[in-house]
Design a protein around this ligand. Structure first.
Ligand code: NAP
Length: 274
């Protein structure tokens, strides 16, 4: 179901308001990195379309964004389900979307075989299938206009296997490779595709995944704000990949300096699960 939050009657004057000239869709906008994307994009003058399952959270964020004078629309959709994806594809089909942020995603920290298969498949449906389908819908609209931006959210886990989060790391490897391929194709017709690869970020991700933050290196977590700022600036500059933060850049490049077998053992130690 789609709703648009009206601008408040006592909104700031036209001079104070960011001028809305463009529209961005952000999936997974009800918390964490996606919520931050929605807020920063509204601040940069975009009308934002917020997508996720938790309607109450989306409505509250849309209301806050509208209070700044920007326009926010809400689509309640489960993107692990075909009908949820179809609702967003339909919205993209209106033809006014300048930016798509494929951010919705989750991971599971557990022993493969012990985690229910439905949950592993839901992860693939959301992290891979929905992202691919929405990218397809957006590219189809953007290509004839020779303009547009797609930001796909990968992970530093896109760069190496992660034992006890094997499905998650594999989905994020897909996101990176898919996005890099599209980046090269799409730049010929003026569309930028950027893969954002964050490392540990303070959101609800760890709680949902069941990751014990205490096992991860101290001080390695970033706040969503600098992660999103780096992504938006990188996409604006036409970059194919954005890895925010020095620690994350090092993690993403470990494969270059250490044998693969060593890198996956280190990852396995960090995410070990009984
Ligand atoms: P988060 O706070 O848990 O946010 C995840 C978002 O995805 C929520 O808005 C959630 O909304 C939405 N979502 C989950 N399942 C969905 C579904 N079936 N349909 C529609 N929306 C769904 O975590 P986050 O850290 O911001 O995650 C954002 C992205 O960053 C993910 O792709 C994640 O893999 C990636 N990432 C995160 C980290 C990290 O450490 N935080 C590191 C690397 C990459 P609802 O529950 O309301 O549907």
């Amino acid at each position: 179901m789609t709703t648009t939050v009206e601008k408040p009657t006592e909104a700031p004057s036209a001079e104070e308001k960011p001028k809305v000239t463009k529209t961005a869709i952000v999936t997974g906008a009800s918390s964490g990195i996606g919520e931050e994307f929605a807020r920063q994009l509204a601040g940069r003058g975009y009308a934002v379309v917020l997508v996720a399952r938790r309607r109450d959270r989306l409505d509250a964020i849309a209301k806050e964004i509208a209070e700044t004078g920007a326009t926010a629309e809400v689509i309640e959709a489960d993107l692990s389900k075909p009908e949820g994806v179809a609702a967003v594809v339909k919205r993209i089909g209106k033809g006014d979307v300048d930016m798509l942020v494929n951010n919705a995603g989750f991971g599971i920290n557990g022993v493969f075989g012990a985690v229910p298969l439905e949950r592993e498949l839901e992860e693939i449906d959301l992290n891979v299938r929905a992202l691919t389908e929405l990218s397809h819908a957006a590219i189809t609209q953007m290509k004839p206009k020779r303009a547009g931006t797609i930001i796909n959210v990968g992970s530093t886990g896109s760069y190496q296997p992660v034992p006890y989060m094997s499905t998650y790391a594999a989905t994020k490897a897909y996101v990176l490779f898919f996005s890099e391929g599209l980046h090269e194709e799409a730049k010929q017709y003026g569309v930028t595709v950027t893969c954002l690869c964050p490392g540990g970020t303070s959101t609800e991700f760890q709680q949902v995944a069941g990751v014990d933050r205490k096992k991860l290196p101290r001080g390695s977590f970033m706040e969503p704000a600098p992660v999103v700022k780096a992504a938006l600036n990188g996409a604006k500059a036409g970059r194919g990949i954005v890895v925010p933060g020095m620690m994350n850049k090092t993690t993403a490049n470990l494969n270059r300096f250490l044998p693969r077998s060593a890198v996956r053992k280190i990852a396995g130690r960090m995410f070990k699960h009984d």
